[in-house]
Write a protein that binds this ligand. Sequence first.
Ligand SMILES: Cc1cc2nc3c(=O)[nH]c(=O)nc-3n(C[C@H](O)[C@H](O)[C@H](O)COP(=O)(O)OP(=O)(O)OC[C@H]3O[C@@H](n4cnc5c(N)ncnc54)[C@H](O)[C@@H]3O)c2cc1C
Length: 381
Amino acid sequence: MVDEHEVIVLGVGGMGSATARYLARRGVDVLGIERFDVPHARGSSHGLTRIIRLSQYEDPAYVPLVERALDRWQDIDDGRPTSLLHQVGSVDFGPSDSSLYQGAKRSCELHDIEHEVLSGDELGERFPGYDLPPEYRGVYQPAGGFLHPEQCVVACVQSAHAGGATIRARERVETWEASESGVRVETDEGEYLAETLVVTAGGWTGQLVPSLAEFLQPERQVQSWFQPTRPSSFEPEQFPVFVADVPEGHYYGFPVYRVPGFKLGKYHHRGETGSPAELDREPDREDERLLREFAASYFPAGAGPTMGLSTCLFTNTPDGDFLLDTHPDHASVVIGAGFSGHGFKFASVVGEVLGELAIDGGTDHPIEPFEIARLRSTTAP
Ligand SMILES: Cc1cc2nc3c(=O)[nH]c(=O)nc-3n(C[C@H](O)[C@H](O)[C@H](O)COP(=O)(O)OP(=O)(O)OC[C@H]3O[C@@H](n4cnc5c(N)ncnc54)[C@H](O)[C@@H]3O)c2cc1C
């Protein structure tokens, strides 16, 4: 007998777990299918920390969504024995003319977000782990901080379970087919039917939805943890998360949390793109060198011996913005993909958006910038 559900969520990582949670809490019969474990370290939602910041230097259009996301994370976090959300503050810094600093300031001003503008010197006085050129500028926001991504996935899946969802890990979706009557999904274990399919397959979405593959580029990333030589300066109470735009590139970092090291990474690291199977998942000396150089220049007391290195996947779209939409050819298929390097913080609200698209056929959230058609129009001859 074929197993039937109202909605199937394909991929139970950051976005899929939040979508399954939202749907189950609305009383929907939902099945989530995950090819690896729940959680796991082969996709995009692992590494113990993900920045959440209200300023959105990328585009102020993201601010209403991130405000809702923060509210949802607080709700998901409520009553859990260990916190998912750590509001240690956040800093967006760079030279005063950098687009990151200017964009962060603009989005705070436009949306009336509590913030302070601090010079490089002032940042160093307040947060002694920071050692920036005095003429640099940073936007400090007390409400920023980090999420624990693996625990967010766990919390969402537990909440989905409590709402009656079925989640099946270690089962790989091989194909899907949409018709007038719904969708049929085939895995390496069996066959399932549903009214609606939500695809949240991260770096694998292009393989599962080939018509979108040209817009979804997986990219190898590396996260490093270095022992602080002055540990007190890298404690969460003393060290806000940061995003930096400096001549060497675009970096981000976190206080010490769960691993005895100051964590940092570089956006678009070494520019290595390819399918998830092609990308090298083993970090090497060059990865380490590149990240250590940045730490030594801007956070010298955080550049001690290496404590850990790990790889991860971005899924980039041509304009860096998400895809949150119904499939252009199939009304019963909803897509949530292309979260590039900044999607995790939004997962709690993305779960609502995708759930509403699946069940209500639309959403009041402001998702026009994330329609698939915008990409087609930019690449049309
Ligand atoms: C190093 C790094 C640092 C980052 N830092 C930040 C940050 O500080 N703040 C922030 O907001 N964002 C950050 N991001 C981005 C953010 O983490 C991602 O945008 C987000 O995790 C994407 O979630 P996802 O659900 O799309 O992907 P995933 O969490 O990878 O989920 C996709 C799931 O689909 C499953 N799947 C794929 N194919 C199949 C199949 N055939 N059958 C069944 N299951 C399948 C996968 O196994 C996976 O579990 C960072 C990303 C990386 C890599």
